[in-house]
Design a protein around this ligand. Sequence first.
Ligand code: TMP
Length: 237
Amino acid sequence: MKAALLYEGKAKKVYQSSEDEHQLVLSYKNDATAFNGEKKSQFEGKGRLNNEISSLIFQRLHEAGISTHFIKRLDSTQQIVQKTSIIPLEVVIRNLATGSITKRLGIKEKVSFTPPLLELFYKDDALGDPLINDEHALLLTDITETELAEIKDKAKEVNAALQEIFQSIGIKLVDFKLEFGRNKDGEILLSDEVSPDTCRLWDIETNEKLDKDVFRQGTGDLITVYQEILNRLEVHV
Ligand code: TMP
């Protein structure tokens, strides 16, 4: 199924598929990192949980009519996706204020954003993924103005679909990060992963954090909360 290792990131390895030159195998690792890799740990079972959670979410997004790179889950820690060339932007959507925006702009915790707030970061570890504006995005990547508008529209559609998915399992979608890539036909597809590593997810009733913030802030057990997300998604599907 796998041929050459093409790339190793902080949370996944990316392999060429041996069966189709236009497909990749994403292999989810047990590693967790925060603060641009400064804090690191390993959690037995994290790779399986994120692979299963992200697979279920991408399936639900497909059902909602959103085009993504996801093809199918291969086994417990791996999935097959369309090969895309990743556009080096991290597209963040915020429904409620928390995290970096509260520190950067002095906005109070839990202020709600209506409409949702979209931010762009330049995906570059050496620079610490800085916040950028549209003009920077056009300068630093090869996307056109039309494609940037398309990416923003898609991110907002994903937000609406994800809010519905999480609401139905008793979870508030506070904020999340998306990445997009271009496939062989030049189509822009939602790529990477959607998981508790890349979303802030709070229990609707208790505001309990069910995402990577428990690791970032050292306030809870990562595996317990990721398992809780998977359990709720599985019951609902
Ligand atoms: P932030 O508040 O730290 O800017 O994070 C916003 C959202 O983006 C949050 O859901 C976590 C997610 N995120 C990533 O997926 N990767 C990252 O490297 C960072 C900094 C945030």
